[in-house]
Design a protein around this ligand. Structure first.
Ligand code: GUN
Length: 289
């Protein structure tokens, strides 16, 4: 069996077309959606992510503001910028690219962002709202995964879902969303005793580990839906420099029923969901105006 490929580029293109139409409508009514992005330090991967986010905004008719700070920036300067953006009614979304340099208190920075402009969904209040099923900005990567599952009409109610990874950005909110959708969810991590036992009984397997080609075909239940959240750049071997996921695509595709590729899977959907949250925030602001 060869797995169905869940094409994140194609789904993104469709959704971004719809978002661009909404952004144009809001702009015509006097509220152009606007996202402010803050990047601290010179991490090359973060710089690429930020560039892609800004380019995604421009293409969808969303205004973007980019603020860059050096690696040794004073946290107070970044917090002052966030306060300024919180107070600016023309800004609808504020995103601080993670990770921040070690001398920053990441939690304090995320908490400084106004809950109404927290389009990444990382503020503790949005996390709490999501956990209680209240309206909230949902973190972009797991939200994108849910859209991908929806696009293939994956049966979620009663499904066995296994998430590998327990990060605040992906694993934890992913588990909350799958639980809310009716799946029975297991969260695995570095302390899990028998990982294969769990992965082999998953109808839906989400890999968010950060280790290249970690999940191999023998770990997958035949016919399972495999979602690969990893974006790793190979540093050695014949494919050095190329991107690969947390799943060994070659062995997985012969076992899985459906699978997301890397690149062209979850990655573009993360940005699409960021644009969606920004347009949603602008819609709420326009309603209030
Ligand atoms: N770093 C890795 N993923 C993300 C993300 O989704 N948002 C932000 N702000 N930083 C990240």
């Amino acid at each position: 069996m060869t797995a169905r490929i869940i094409d994140g580029n194609a789904l993104s293109a469709k959704l971004r077309g719809e978002l661009a139409a909404k952004a144009a409508e809001l702009t015509a009514q006097g509220t152009q959606p606007c996202l402010a992005v803050i990047l601290v330090g010179g991490d090359p991967a973060s710089a690429v992510y930020v560039r892609n986010k800004v380019a995604g905004c421009e293409k969808a008719g969303i205004k973007s503001l980019k603020f860059e700070y050096p690696q040794d920036a004073a946290p107070a300067d970044v917090l002052a910028r966030i306060a300024e953006l919180n107070a600016d009614p023309s800004v609808h979304g504020i995103l601080v690219q993670l990770p921040l340099p070690k001398h920053f208190d990441e939690k304090a920075v995320l908490e400084a962002i106004s809950v109404e402009k927290d389009v990444d969904g990382f503020h503790a209040e949005n996390v709490g709202r999501l956990s209680q099923g209240q309206e909230a900005f949902v973190p972009c990567t797991p939200n994108g995964v849910m859209e991908m599952l929806k696009s293939i009409e994956a049966p979620l109610r009663g499904a066995e879902a296994v998430v590998i990874g327990r990060s605040n950005i992906v694993g934890k909110p992913m588990a909350m969303l799958l639980t809310a959708a009716g799946a029975t969810v297991t969260v695995c991590h570095s302390g899990t005793r028998d990982l294969n036992f769990h992965t082999r009984r998953a109808d839906i397997l989400v890999a968010a580990i950060g280790k290249p080609k970690f999940v191999t075909g023998d770990m997958i239940r035949p016919g399972a839906i495999v979602i690969d959240v990893g974006i790793n750049r190979l540093s050695s071997g014949p494919d050095a420099g190329k991107l690969c996921g947390d799943v060994d695509f070659e062995s997985a595709k012969d076992v899985a029923g459906a699978i997301t590729p890397v690149p062209g899977g979850v990655g573009p959907m993360t940005i699409t969901m960021l644009l969606a949250n920004t347009v949603e925030s602008a819609t709420r602001a326009a309603r209030k105006a």
